[in-house]
Write a protein that binds this ligand. Structure first.
Ligand code: FAD
Ligand code: NDP
Length: 494
């Protein structure tokens, strides 16, 4: 098999397959470093026919439209709170979301960002081809342009193809249900919605749909937010339930059918017995599958993990073929998050063309779940920390608080719904293994902690720095009650 050290000449120094978060970042950084770069990006329409432009999942059907809809929902909460803060003439009951207007404005923004990516690639000298790319041989990529079969060669190839929503093997799933690929551009109001799945996508979407006024149910197969601290996941769910989201726990769908009036009949089974219920919209949020099968990986000799369809790589993001790399959601073991895809793309480009020896590190990645009560975390959940160092070696500090933002609200006068948990390793001077925050602006609160955890911050370091007052983030500095000590974690006073 050819290697990049071959004397062969190639049309491009780098070919990137996929113009999403990781691919665009890698292509731009390689262009900056003077490499001749080609980037392919093509979106196969969803079973419902939804398609979009350059930029990948995050910009078009992920983080960006999701966060804008989350914001629209939060504004509803602010309208409800307004009279408690002295506002007159604001009537929550009269306020109603105009779904079409929201979708239109979100889509306008998304299109603007997607268009901007084209300009950015151009400004870095990257050639962009809107076509599906697949391997012909390890250095040759095949694609179709205006009906014509073409090929192009590259010294290095980066697979950054991301993934698409997984449809469960349930009759009617593809025919009658939508996914996050369709929701943010849905032209008609979703009406009564069922969200199937209980992780990031399902809970975030169910959260904003409920707050926007739609009758929303989440069907949970097992637990909420697998992989997250389960005590906090339960608090996230409890808050949503209190605020109107319905949950059908330990229940799974077995069939979807459509009635003549357009309603979807969902048959399900589980703890609630065999059930049948009608919905206007069913959102499947049952995970994502990388679109690696379309790449003809066999032609390049690249190995794929058969179960996950993800691609195993070494510490440099190289696949088993040394000059073919994989970054982002398609990489086995990488978190499915935009910032990890971006950073690994940049680091790879600098290794290939900038003389850098840096490797991507996937520990201490902060993340936030944008549910109505937001949850931000970094490091390990309590249960995982106990698995790693042993239960008796873990000490957990925790505290609940009432966010000042909500303190005088009649609508949201829920005591102690904010919560902080600091998970520490007793054997290493209470080095922080996990930091968890539940409350307003969770992403903003948790984002800045990444360097501290990477540098081995200890519990006493948190106490010895001065926080900002009054804000929710200062609870991380002030938390002092040891979980299980018998002392109430509820915060008193200012
Ligand atoms: P993608 O961004 O998916 O890009 C891959 C691109 O390659 C796509 O455009 C695809 O069409 C194209 N492609 C695939 N195969 C080929 C081919 N053969 N030829 C040409 N082009 C091809 N992450 C966060 O960090 N924060 C969030 O708040 C967040 N919210 C999310 C909300 C939702 C609803 C979803 C679904 C995801 C969210 N994510 C979030 C995850 C984030 O969007 C992904 O982790 C990120 O986009 C992955 O980047 P990527 O480059 O690996 O792939
Ligand atoms: P996940 O893989 O995280 O979760 C899938 C969910 O669907 C689980 O609750 C799972 O249940 C359930 N499920 C799977 N199959 C079935 C089935 N056949 N029937 C019923 N339920 C089923 O996927 P998501 O789509 O939520 O998210 C994908 C990734 O996107 C995340 O891992 C995350 O990295 C990224 N993302 C990030 C966001 C952020 O940063 N805020 C927001 C949204 C997405 P079970 O636990 O029982 O397996």
């Amino acid at each position: 098999m050819a290697t990049p050290s071959d004397s062969g000449t190639y049309e491009y120094d780098l070919i990137v397959i996929g113009g999403g978060s990781g691919g665009v970042a890698c292509a731009k950084a390689a262009g900056d470093a003077g490499a001749k770069v080609l980037c392919f990006d093509y979106v196969t329409p969803s079973p419902r026919g939804t398609s979009w432009g350059l930029g990948g999942t995050c910009v078009n059907v992920g983080c960006i439209p999701k966060k804008l809809m989350h914001r629209a929902a939060a504004i509803g909460g602010d309208i409800a709170d307004a009279p408690s803060f002295g506002w007159e003439g604001v009537d929550r009951k009269a306020a109603k979301i105009n779904w079409s207007e929201l979708v239109q404005r979100v889509q306008n923004h998304v299109r603007k960002l997607s268009f901007g990516y084209r300009g950015e690639l151009r400004s870095k000298g990257v050639t962009y081809i809107p076509a599906i790319a697949s391997f012909k041989d390890p250095h040759t990529i095949a694609y179709k342009q205006r009906g014509e079969d073409k090929t192009v060669t590259g010294k290095y190839i980066v697979i950054a193809c991301g993934g698409r929503p997984t449809y469960p093997d349930v009759p009617g799933a593809k025919e009658y249900c939508i996914t996050s690929d369709d929701l943010f551009s849905l032209s008609t109001e979703p009406g009564k919605v069922l969200c199937v799945g209980a992780s990031y996508v399902s809970l975030e979407c169910a959260g904003f749909l409920t707050e926007l006024g739609f009758d929303t149910t989440v069907m949970v197969r097992s637990i909420l937010l697998r992989g997250f601290d389960q005590e906090i996941a339960e608090k996230v769910g409890a808050y949503m339930e209190e605020h109107g989201t319905k949950f059908q726990k330990e229940q799974t769908p077995v069939a979807f059918a459509k009635k003549e009036d357009g309603k979807i009949i969902v048959k399900s089974t589980g703890k609630l017995g065999d059930k049948e219920e009608e919905f206007d919209t069913v959102l499947l949020a049952t995970g994502r599958t990388p679109v690696t099968e379309a790449l003809n990986l066999e032609a390049a000799g690249v190995k794929m993990d058969a179960r996950t369809k993800k691609i195993p790589v070494d510490k440099t993001a190289a696949t088993n073929v040394p000059f073919i790399y994989c970054i982002g959601d398609a990489q086995l073991g990488a978190p499915e998050l935009t910032p990890t895809a971006i950073l690994s793309g940049k680091i790879l480009a600098k290794r290939l063309f900038g003389g850098s020896l840096e490797e991507m590190v996937y520990t201490d990645v902060p993340t936030a779940v944008f549910t109505p009560l937001e949850y931000g975390s970094i490091g390990l959940p309590e249960e995982k920390a106990k698995d790693v160092v042993g239960e008796s070696n873990v000490v957990v500090y925790h505290g609940s608080f009432t966010p000042l933002e909500w303190a005088i609200s009649d609508e949201r006068s829920h005591e102690g719904e904010g919560y902080v948990k600091v998970v520490c390793d007793k054997t290493r001077e209470e080095t922080v293994m996990g930091l968890h925050y539940l409350g307003p602006n969770a992403a903003e609160v948790i984002n800045g902690w990444a360097p501290s955890l990477r540098l081995g911050v200890r519990k006493r370091d948190l106490e010895r720095v001065v926080g900002i007052h009054p804000c929710c983030a200062e609870e991380i500095n002030n938390v002092s009650v040891i979980k299980g000590s018998g002392v109430s974690e509820a915060k008193g006073g200012c």
